[in-house]
Write a protein that binds this ligand. Structure first.
Ligand SMILES: [Zn+2]
Length: 123
């Protein structure tokens, strides 16, 4: 019923991401954890992700979430890299989170310049 989403703070991508997740998975509520440029933050070598993981664990342990979505989007102010780099960072972040939560389904989402959401990796 609940899913977890590691998303950018950007207000333009919140509803597209929530609507896409609810439309493509049997999920009623999306626990949203945000950071400016979440994909780059998670993929960054020197980022401290302790606080993010604490929130993910609440979503998993108290809401029973079995799916963690990680997003990156076009024209990201918090992570101003090109789209190819975004996709690499989303993939790296998905593998990182999968290593920490091997029993859960981890999905990487890309949001393009039309705010179309696409599943680019699911492990
Ligand atoms: Zn952003």
């Amino acid at each position: 019923m609940f899913a977890t989403c590691l998303n950018c703070i950007d207000g333009r991508v919140q509803l597209p991401v929530i609507n896409w997740i609810m439309g493509n998975y049997s999920i009623k509520y999306v626990d949203m954890i945000t950071e400016a440029g979440m994909d780059g933050y998670l993929a960054g070598k020197y980022s401290n992700i302790t606080d993010i993981l604490k929130k993910v664990e609440i979503s998993i342990n108290l809401h029973g979430s079995k799916n963690i979505f990680i997003t990156g989007h076009h024209d990201c102010a918090g992570n101003p890299v090109d789209d190819t780099t975004h996709e690499k960072q989303i993939t790296a972040a998905v593998y990182l989170i999968k290593k920490l939560f091997p029993d859960l389904n981890i999905i990487g989402l890309w949001i393009d310049d039309n705010f179309t959401v696409e599943n680019i990796i699911e492990i």
